[in-house]
Design a binder for this molecule. Structure first.
Ligand SMILES: [Zn+2]
Length: 433
């Protein structure tokens, strides 16, 4: 009996340890261009308080450097570099605006060359710093770099899903699924994704009509985002899904809201619904998965210095993360926080949004329009944008669930990680390396 219990003890221990080593479901959410000011703005708009977004409750909360080789002062050597030359903590600070602001830091952000989304996605997908514009491409060696999706495809244990509000071949999803000297070679990138990388689910906008036929030729079942609430008749297990996001708009913020905070033009196209739909299909395939989920409109709105649109896009990201978080908590599926990890981060900051006055719950900035010499001058007393481009500011990085503790290994004494650490964490989670 003793011997039996002894064996039972060790077999149980063994199976627990195998189970503990396996993270079945991995969600990486990227808010493209999500500056810390964007997070601050939407939290205050919704709740009248800072740090009330869903990821502000996660056990891992840190800041992340996003610099690319273009940002690096001097010659960048992969084996011997000083991260201070990519992001200078002594000038720029160890926490981002609005928690740190000096004239020197502001000047630094106006002058320091930032990453673009291609180099940032490559860093997160491959663990390599590269030059801007290249996708998984080492400009010095003129060779392509293996990304996390390539490794997953080799191992065949995980399905991969790329889900974005942008075109499916835009820089962020492309950095996780293609190899190209330039992100501008859109058609080549789209073709590589659909015919070579072949993620189980590809969801996003598409401007190339021929890619619909091309997707079908490559064994994809094509459907429209307006069809996701209708009963599906296709073979879920064996078919890959190409889901075209159509008529997608971020919701508009409602000032001084009482019953709801945002107004959707078309309820079929809430991004959270699209992501939930894709997740349920992935779960029905009964296979572990890695899902990259991007809300790109935060970047677009910050480039346009469009505060209201940025709030809408941030709300979409928060709602989407919340819907997955709630689904895990609901126990309606086999996802639990012991087998599923959620990571939420940004690829870079955009727009240098600054607050001159406090905006309370439901408050939108008041814009004064005046005419001077036939020119329209727009004055905003409460907020300002110091840039229409990206900046080298720190971004937020948050995680909850299975093995999220691994982040602690990479967070330095200043509570900062590097964007290449996203790859390091993913690599450990998925491949135990
Ligand atoms: Zn951008």
């Amino acid at each position: 009996m003793k011997k039996f219990l002894f064996i039972l003890f060790f077999t149980t221990l063994f199976s627990i340890s195998i189970y503990a080593d396996k993270v079945k479901y991995v969600f990486l959410f990227i808010g493209d261009g999500m500056s810390m000011s964007s997070e601050y703005a939407v939290s205050n708009f919704l709740y009248g308080k800072d740090k009330e977004l869903i990821w502000n409750s996660f056990p891992v909360q840190t800041h992340m450097e996003t610099w690319s080789i273009n940002s690096y002062e001097g010659e960048y050597n992969k084996n011997n570099f000083n991260s201070e030359k990519g992001y200078d903590t002594k000038i720029a600070g160890i926490v981002p605006y609005p928690y740190y602001e000096t004239q020197d830091a502001e000047e630094y952000f106006r002058n320091s060359e930032p990453t673009d989304s291609a180099a940032a996605a490559t860093a997160m997908a491959t663990g390599n710093k590269v030059y801007n514009w290249g996708l998984c491409f080492d400009k010095d060696k003129k060779e392509f770099i293996h990304n996390i999706t390539d490794k997953l495809n080799e191992k065949k244990e995980y399905n991969v899903a790329l889900i974005t509000t942008d075109k499916f071949y835009s820089a962020t999803p492309a950095g996780f699924s293609s190899h190209n000297v330039s992100r501008d070679n859109r058609k080549e990138i789209a073709a590589e994704i659909l015919s070579k990388t072949k993620p189980e689910i590809v969801a996003g906008k598409n401007d190339f009509n021929e890619m619909n036929t091309f997707a079908a030729l490559n064994d994809y079942y094509c459907l429209d985002s307006s069809e996701i609430n209708k009963p599906q008749v296709f073979d879920l297990v064996n078919k890959k899904i190409f889901l075209r996001l159509r008529r997608y708009f971020v919701p508009d913020p409602i000032p001084d809201f009482t019953s709801k905070s945002f107004d959707y033009r078309n309820t079929n196209n809430k991004f959270a619904d699209v992501v939930l739909y894709a997740t349920k299909i992935l779960l029905e395939k009964k296979k572990p998965f890695f899902a990259l989920v991007e809300v790109a409109d935060i970047d677009h709105a910050n480039h346009d210095n469009d505060f209201n649109k940025m709030l809408g896009a941030m709300y979409e990201l928060n709602e989407t993360v919340k819907s997955i978080y709630d689904l895990i908590n609901s126990k309606d599926t086999d996802m639990t926080f012991d087998n599923t990890i959620i990571i939420v981060t940004a690829d870079h900051s955009t727009g240098m949004l600054r607050f001159r006055r406090y905006l309370g719950k439901g408050k939108l900035p008041i814009v004064f329009t005046t005419k001077q010499d036939n020119a329209t001058i727009i004055t905003n007393m409460q907020i300002s944008y110091e840039s229409t481009g990206h900046t080298n500011e720190l971004v937020g990085c948050y995680s909850v669930g299975a093995k999220s503790d691994l982040f602690k290994k990479y967070i330095n004494e200043k509570n900062i990680i590097d964007n290449t650490d996203i790859y390091n964490v993913l690599n450990e989670i998925i491949f135990n390396k």
